[in-house]
Design a protein around this ligand. Sequence first.
Ligand code: SF4
Length: 461
Amino acid sequence: MVQTLGCQMNVHDSRRIREVLRDEGYESTDEAELADLIVVNTCSVREKAEHKLMSLLGRLRPLKEARRDVVLAVAGCVAQQEGARLLKKVPYLDLVLGPDNIPDLPALLADVDAGRRRSLTVFDLDSPRFLSAAPDPERPEVACFVTVMKGCDERCTYCIVPTTRGAERYRPADEIVAEVSSLARGGVREVTLLGQTVNSWYEPGVARPGLRAPSESAFADLLRRIAREVPELSRLRYTSPHPRHITPALVAAHAELELLPAHVHLPSQSGSDAVLKRMSRRYTQAEYLERAESLKSARPGFTLSTDLIVGFPGETEEDFLHTLDLVRNAGFVAAFCFKYSPRPGTPALSLGDDVPEGVKQERLARLFEVVAEQQRAHLRSLVDTEVEVLVTARGDDGRWQGRSQRHEKVHLELAPDVTPMGELLRARVAEAFDHSLLAVGRGGRLEPKRRRLPLAQEPST
Ligand code: SF4
């Protein structure tokens, strides 16, 4: 059993853990009572995830005491951060495993079987390893993540990721394209390229020492190459881009490649230049907006969503008003908004935590209100327009669901005999809800849309 706490990167790592274990003969279960091995894959970006780990381990303690042969492991960012200390804190824990050590899991489990508690949290800086996913015929998937880089060289002062994931390491383009291609041949229709600053990707070995990105077109060229070499794919997304790496070449790729959605989730964190500076985000509100505008000009109807933090140390009411300005000026149609909370091991700890909880809460509520109104207005503007939907699931209400080319969640009203899972369909929006759309196929039936292939172009990667 693999239990995931935290972000998309962790969901992706959990899948890799399952695959490594499957190759060792393990079968997956969702019931702790049936498991011989329980891996808790952790996140330390937000306070709650760490609390969740300790309370989850507490709940698993009686099970471990009743069945001493059950192996209890902690993986992910908390494991990386705490290492062997976690074995001391939790005496019934058998194994601690860093994110780069997933391939070592079988050897570590052999040690545990031999009676040795183990902790391995070593970054693979010299020769980075990227595990490839293979399509699973027993669990066919429409959408998958593919890692293109790991670690982070940014130093955002509120963030623990550079400590828990290490320095940036990049995956060769051949490996990335091979994985995307294999998944697409196995039925996957949407791939999301994954990395902490995904658009800083460049071909390893091409960079000259000391230079972060030798070519501003490297990531755009990777997108073009995937579009050209994997024609089975319907959508290609990426997360999370850093505003500093939104280059003209990337904007041009959005204009050229129909495979890319007309939407990007572009974290901004704050609209105040003073706060952005204390966060070490290395852009101003004006620079962020300039890049946002260039993306929005790439295609008609292009939308942006973002991440925002309120109550960062020293944030004044005026700083917060700059954030509301940014939300309005960028026209975000959705946002993940959080109250700042100090995290152990981050540089921002030295700045204190001087915004009172009540003020944070009040600013968060005001921010939610502005974002929600913009989201509602955007969704209402789509009524009676046509959307292109990739069908990814069937809801409890029996309706098919998917995402539009702008990533809006769409519920589909279809004839009962239609089973469009994994298809790219065109539908007319009949109704807008607060967070999603209802769409129907023209004439009650949906029509597949033919995707234009991108122009052939040689990448420089
Ligand atoms: S870019 Fe900043 S917030 Fe994102 S992972 Fe890197 S340090 Fe953390």
